[in-house]
Design a binder for this molecule. Structure first.
Ligand code: FE2
Ligand code: FE2
Length: 201
């Protein structure tokens, strides 16, 4: 990648397209609905990780409270929808996750899958955090700014936790090489995704 592409916060290779937040501001119902499902997916993904790695006490202990937190986030978004006279609505296809998952190699061993799982979670948390930051800075309504600021802080902590867990189980160099792989993979498909205001990603 050219040196002209500056690194964004959280080490992401590409910043979000600046047009996204203006589109999002015009579709708050869709953004809130999509966000609610993101939180729900975060909770269910982390439950799956705990189920698959129940033999690792560090994972069980570190991630159990995060499930509660993500479910709490889901409920916070539900409350925000309700306050605005809106309802949850239906879940829509998640193109970002679909593209992200194409980077997962097939037929790797359990260890590699575990590392990838942790790094994929870290990446989704980092990208979500970046988007919440943009919403908290650029939306006009103070209440929404504060609302998204809370998520930005929480997801930044989750991003760090997933990277830390990866380093607990694997050599730092292996983790960072693989992390770079995922950052590059994301930066490879992100510019090709349609910029739309009804999706968080
Ligand atoms: Fe969350
Ligand atoms: Fe999170």
């Amino acid at each position: 990648m050219e040196n002209t592409v500056s690194k964004t916060t959280l080490g992401l290779n590409l910043p979000t397209d600046p047009r996204w937040v203006d589109l999002a501001a015009m579709s708050m119902q869709d953004i809130l609905t999509d966000h609610a499902f993101c939180e729900q997916k975060a909770a269910s993904t982390i439950i799956s990780i705990i189920q698959m790695h129940s033999d690792k006490p560090e994972i069980v202990e570190a991630l159990s409270p995060v499930v509660t937190e993500e479910w709490g986030h889901f409920r916070m978004v539900l409350a925000e929808l309700k306050k605005r006279g809106l309802t949850l609505g239906i879940q829509r296809p998640d193109q970002y996750i679909k593209e992200l998952m194409k980077g997962k190699p097939k037929g790797t061993g359990r260890d590699q899958m575990f590392l990838d799982q942790l790094l994929i979670c870290a990446l989704i948390e980092a990208r979500s955090c970046e988007r919440f930051k943009i919403l908290s800075q650029k939306l006009e309504e103070q209440e929404l700014k504060d609302f998204y600021h809370q998520f930005m802080v929480a997801e930044a902590a989750h991003y760090k936790l997933f990277l830390k867990l990866a380093k607990n189980f694997f050599e730092e160099e292996k983790v960072m090489t693989r992390w770079q792989y995922w950052l590059d993979h994301e930066a490879g498909f992100l510019p090709n995704l349609e910029v739309r205001g009804d999706r968080m990603h």
